[in-house]
Design a protein. Structure first.
Length: 338
């Protein structure tokens, strides 16, 4: 394939160390056919003297982790800019309202990034249902084979799972759970009973979900309304032996309240995100046996990053063909999305 004769000028605005992972050879080649872009250079400072002469011709910005804030003054240096295609998830801390006011299209790879988060969540749900983490610790200590009692609450047959948030990730988790024998509840203030039924789950209030579910997974966005959504009173609703999975944002859970519950041994937790992040070195969450703590790895890593770059390439194809962007972000959506 040959590059279009009138290929628009594009520019990477992200941490350049991520380029080989977001745009490996095949993805980079697909992008090069569509736009005129320096494959080896990424901008992290729009005020850089070596960058500024190139900005007036840029029509497409491909952004990612490490991109500086795109302010009105930055936009003034990009008079031909018509699209910002983000290879990460949220653009909340990247863009100012003027981007939309100037009619610039915005797209994000949040849907692609939701896939590995949902896969991580599914794996944890299945393992927690079998109480794998506790069994491993017991086996390491006793080194004797002691089968579970027949009446023990072990297994995933008919287990009730609560999903907090019908986000991209939350919906993908629901989809992945369908082949299994789970009873799934969903809490999302923007999803009614009919839509929940169409998703194959049952809508519930947050309090009902917490009190009725043995496994609860958090997939709501971080907003002012969801800050410490799971506080001491709501965490106390979880049944004894229940487990909480958080792959969303640490701010959704009151860490102090969670630690108090976990120290008693009454509940369990799988935490890929925390507040603060990282935790202080003396945090009890590092050493509690009923906590499985990972360093924010549920999202795209390694070979999964290729999907994020490919998402941007597909959006460029749509843009140049005059078709609607598949993952367009409207400013009005930001208040209730990640």
């Amino acid at each position: 394939m040959h590059k279009r004769s009138t290929a628009p000028t594009a520019l990477f605005a992200l941490d350049g160390s991520n380029l080989p992972f977001l745009f490996p050879a095949d993805v980079a080649a697909a992008l090069a056919v569509l736009v005129d872009i320096d494959q080896d250079h990424a901008v992290t400072d729009f005020a850089d003297a070596g960058v500024r002469p190139r900005l007036p011709d840029v029509e497409i910005l491909i952004t990612g982790w490490g991109c500086p804030l795109i302010t009105p003054s930055v936009l003034d240096t990009l008079p031909r800019l018509r699209a910002i295609l983000h290879t990460g998830g949220t653009v909340k801390k990247l863009l100012t309202p003027e981007v939309w006011e100037r009619g610039i299209a915005v797209s994000t790879a949040a849907a692609a990034n939701a896939l590995p988060v949902a896969e991580y969540t599914l794996g944890m749900i299945l393992l927690l249902g079998k109480d794998v983490f506790a069994a491993r610790e017991d086996f390491r200590t006793s080194r004797t084979f002691a089968p579970q009692a027949p009446g023990a609450d072990i297994g995933n047959a008919g287990r009730r799972v609560g999903i907090i948030g019908a986000s991209r990730t939350g919906r993908r988790v629901i989809e992945l759970l369908r082949p299994f024998d789970f009873d799934v509840l969903l809490h999302d203030p923007y999803v009614g009973a009919a839509e929940a039924e169409a998703l194959g789950v049952r809508a519930a209030s947050l309090e009902e979900l917490l009190a009725a579910s043995s496994l609860v997974s958090v997939h709501a966005p971080a907003t002012a309304e969801t800050h410490h959504l799971l506080d001491a009173a709501r965490l106390a609703l979880l049944p004894d032996g229940a487990a909480l999975i958080n792959t969303a944002r640490g701010s959704l859970v009151d860490t102090d309240a969670l630690v108090k519950e976990l120290v008693t041994g009454r509940i369990r937790a799988v935490l890929d995100v925390t507040e603060p992040e990282p935790l202080p070195a003396d945090s009890a969450l590092y050493r509690l046996p009923n906590v499985f703590l990972t360093p924010h790895i549920a999202g795209s890593m390694g070979n999964e990053l290729r999907r994020l770059g490919l998402t941007a390439v597909r959006e460029v194809e749509r843009l140049l063909a005059g078709r609607p962007l598949a993952h367009r972000v409207e400013h009005a959506q930001l208040a209730r999305t990640a």
